[in-house]
Write a protein that binds this ligand. Structure first.
Ligand code: ATP
Ligand code: MG
Length: 483
């Protein structure tokens, strides 16, 4: 294949020039090269990894003196370099690409750490320490063999055969830096490649070594799996390798079917995988967090599972129990707190509500409450409910979908009429305090809740005058008097 068009790009010529000047050989490596050969000349990667035999920071500084970006106002500026002294790497942004400069390394590892002892090495040393053959490909940016592909491990052939394989002994590669096990599965998921048997056996064997890897690095790979087109590919590989049980046992425990007295429940693990895949369809445009919601939406089931000889298996309150389990998991994965975790908890907590609201007689007040409790997140809850329909029974599937579509129609109508999503009480706490001349106390909450409930139930109109009269009446009941 012809890559001459790519290496003619200005940035590569600048790197060639700079490398020659400081007498360090340089190569394009990593995702950029992979994409180049994989996708018939379409590079998706927004990062560019440059390997130089010598000091990465030195090359980055040299390049930044020549490579300039154009601002929207037509002016030029030289990119600023971010230096990571600890790793001896540097990064600069050029034409919206992040370019990372790394010096070639030779690594050796101690058994109890995934942090290597690093020495400066040759190109070959550096290729040896890379994780997979498809990631060992290097394209020369040197004057004497500009554009030549250096492929000592037949990475190109593995790329064509869609194979993920470690360049050296798999046990050593995975044991040295166990994050590579997650990376193997991440690449298999993103690229829809197969992990070669030997390498996969080695992941199974070394799975417990994942415990020495920092949580942040694990999460980064896990999130990439969730953000792919078919996260179930990775989740199944994580499950089969035994890694999922170590990092997320709350999900692996969903596997299995119990049969009693002729009743059986669905396999909630495989159901969950389908829901995650469904929600990851392009059509839904799901964020990472909605994918986490899908992954965790049923984790309360094992702890709520009960059996009745009349109705079979049931999982009463599983969504509430599940929502209570989220903080521990988010903490373990070092996922964000604040609004993000609140969003995940909220959607899981209410995940069963829409299903409970099906049937022809859904009251306006129940829908108003849904709008009030979910607010702007109602749309995502509905996405989850649609993705949650995984039955193979086409009749049932049709019926469930119809129910949700009907609910959506009612939601739209009611929101248009009553404007509940961004609802704010027409009477504030201050109004109550001023009217009755009282200081902050529980009675204010009681009155506010009473007004809110009356509006949501449609008993009074959603305006100041109706709310004011109700406040006076309720105040009286509570022994308060207008000032
Ligand atoms: P992408 O950037 O698309 O996620 P990438 O392959 O470029 O994929 P990076 O994390 O940017 O991945 O790493 C760049 C290169 O560095 C990889 O292609 C690989 O050769 C090497 N690499 C990264 N992490 C490791 C690791 N843990 N062990 C060995 N080599 C690694
Ligand atoms: Mg990269």
């Amino acid at each position: 294949m012809n890559i001459s068009h790519f290496i003619q790009k200005k940035i590569f010529r600048i790197i060639k020039y700079s490398s020659k000047k400081i007498k360090q050989n340089s190569y394009i490596v990593g995702g950029y090269v992979r994409d180049l050969f994989l996708k018939n000349n379409i590079v998706k990667s927004n990062d560019l990894d440059i390997l130089t035999v010598g000091k990465g920071i030195k090359l980055a500084k040299e390049v930044s003196k020549i490579a300039f970006n154009k601002k929207s106002n037509g002016k030029y500026y030289y990119p600023t370099i971010r230096i990571f002294k600890r790793y001896g790497t540097a990064m600069l942004e050029y034409e919206n690409k992040k370019i990372e400069f790394v010096g070639s390394r030779k690594e050796s590892y101690k058994y109890n750490s995934s942090k290597p002892i690093v020495e400066i090495g040759t190109l070959k040393d550096d290729q040896n320490r890379r994780d997979f053959t498809i990631n060992t490909l290097a394209i020369s940016l040197n004057d004497y063999d500009y554009g030549k592909l250096i492929d000592p491990f037949d990475g190109l052939s593995d790329l064509r055969k869609k194979i993920i394989r470690t360049p050296l002994n798999s046990d050593i590669t995975f044991s040295d830096d166990p994050l590579r096990m997650m990376r193997a599965i991440r690449f298999a998921t993103q690229l829809k490649f197969f992990i070669e048997d030997n390498s996969f056996r080695s992941i199974k064997k070394n799975k417990n070594r994942i415990k020495i890897v920092s949580k942040e690095r694990i999460t980064e790979e896990f999130n990439k799996i969730l953000l792919s087109d078919n996260p179930s590919i990775g989740l199944i590989l994580l499950y089969k390798s035994g890694l999922l049980k170590i990092i997320l046992p709350e999900v692996t425990i969903l596997e299995g079917i119990e049969i009693k007295d002729g009743f059986q429940h669905k396999n909630n693990f495989y159901h969950t995988l389908k829901v995650v895949d469904n929600i990851s369809k392009k059509f839904y445009k799901s964020s990472l967090w909605l994918r986490w919601v899908a992954l965790l939406h049923d984790i309360g089931k094992p702890n709520s599972k009960k059996f009745s000889y009349k109705i079979g298996w049931y999982f009463h309150d599983h969504e509430y129990i599940g929502s209570k389990m989220i903080p521990k998991i988010f903490n373990r994965f070092r996922l964000p707190k604040g609004n993000i975790i609140k969003y995940v908890i909220k959607i899981i907590k209410y995940s069963y509500r829409p299903a409970a609201l099906t049937g022809n007689r859904i009251s306006d007040s129940a829908i108003r409450r849904l709008l009030f409790d979910l607010g702007n997140d109602l749309e995502d809850l509905i996405k989850l409910c649609l993705a949650d329909i995984t039955t193979n029974n086409t009749e049932k599937k049709k019926e469930y979908k119809k129910n949700i579509l009907y609910l959506m129609k009612r939601i739209k109508e009611l929101e248009k009429k009553d404007r509940i999503i961004n609802w704010k009480s027409p009477i504030s706490g201050y109004d109550i305090m001023n009217t009755f001349y009282i200081t902050p106390c529980n009675k204010i909450k009681v009155i506010k809740d009473y007004i809110k409930d009356s509006i949501l139930d449609g008993k009074i109109k959603n305006n100041f005058y109706s709310a004011y009269s109700l406040m006076i009446k309720k105040g009286k009941d509570l022994g308060l008097r207008k000032k």
